[in-house]
Design a protein around this ligand. Structure first.
Ligand SMILES: Nc1ncnc2c1ncn2[C@@H]1O[C@H](COP(=O)(O)OP(=O)(O)OP(=O)(O)O)[C@@H](O)[C@H]1O
Ligand SMILES: [Mg+2]
Length: 214
């Protein structure tokens, strides 16, 4: 077993990244797949939505294991990983992860710290889903560098075209420089209300613009 790693990314906030990550993960687990959900957002929304209402009180998180990769400290097999009753594993995050953006700046191989960690747990899972934070900073670059593919949730209520271009550009750069096998699984329209013409227009515009290439 060698997990497929999927990053769920969009630097635009509130487009449904965390919701997609939790639902896709639990759906895959119901199909009998072994799933790890990694919260890559210092806001800890994924950790909160999976029942950890006080993520800042969790002592071992993604920041802990990434910190250990940076300092070359051995990591216990299950370190930081919490079991959820819906049969998914969760690597939580909290505010400590925001310090990681800074620590990464001076780390050696700073773009691949998350990848180096995931490589140590990959064999235990079929899928690892990475819930990215709403930014294109070092943590998101780490997620893209570690991923086999990326899903881009986009809200259908209005067209954040410029932001999408910027994200696609970042993905292109990561692909060129760090992770040549990175694929785009697709642009996922979220919160679509198909009763409105506006949503229909946006859906078809996105399909026309990006449908052929992704
Ligand atoms: N398909 C959906 N239908 C209705 N509401 C949704 C859907 N997906 C997400 N939401 C709601 O939209 C809000 C934002 O969703 P979510 O937290 O998943 O976005 P996000 O992209 O992870 O946000 P952030 O950028 O802050 O991390 C939440 O209140 C969520 O319940
Ligand atoms: Mg989120």
């Amino acid at each position: 077993m060698n997990a497929k790693v999927i990053a769920i990314a969009n630097q635009k906030g509130g487009v449904g990244k965390t919701t997609t990550c939790a639902n896709l993960g639990i759906g895959l687990a119901r199909e009998g797949k072994k799933v790890l959900l990694a919260d890559c957002d210092p806001q800890g929304s994924l950790s909160i939505s999976l029942g950890h209402s006080q993520p800042d009180a969790i002592s071992s998180t993604l920041a802990t294991v990434m910190g250990k990769v940076i300092t070359d400290t051995p990591i216990d097999m299950k370190e930081g990983i919490l079991r959820h009753e819906e049969n998914v594993d969760l690597l939580p995050a909290n505010i400590e992860l925001s310090g990681m953006e800074v620590s990464l700046v001076n780390a050696m191989s700073r773009e691949t710290i998350l990848k180096q960690y995931l490589d140590t747990v990959k064999k235990q899972y079929d899928f690892i889903l990475l819930d990215c934070m709403p930014s294109l900073g070092m943590l998101t670059v780490n997620a893209l560098a570690a991923a086999d593919s990326v899903i881009i949730p986009v809200q259908a209520q209005y067209l954040p075209a410029k932001g999408l271009e910027q994200l696609l550009q970042t993905i292109g750069k990561v692909r060129k420089q760090i992770n040549t096998k990175l694929k785009i699984d697709g642009i996922l329209l979220t919160m679509v209300d198909n009763r409105t013409n506006f949503a229909k227009d946006i859906s078809s515009l996105l399909r026309e613009t990006y449908g052929a290439s992704y």
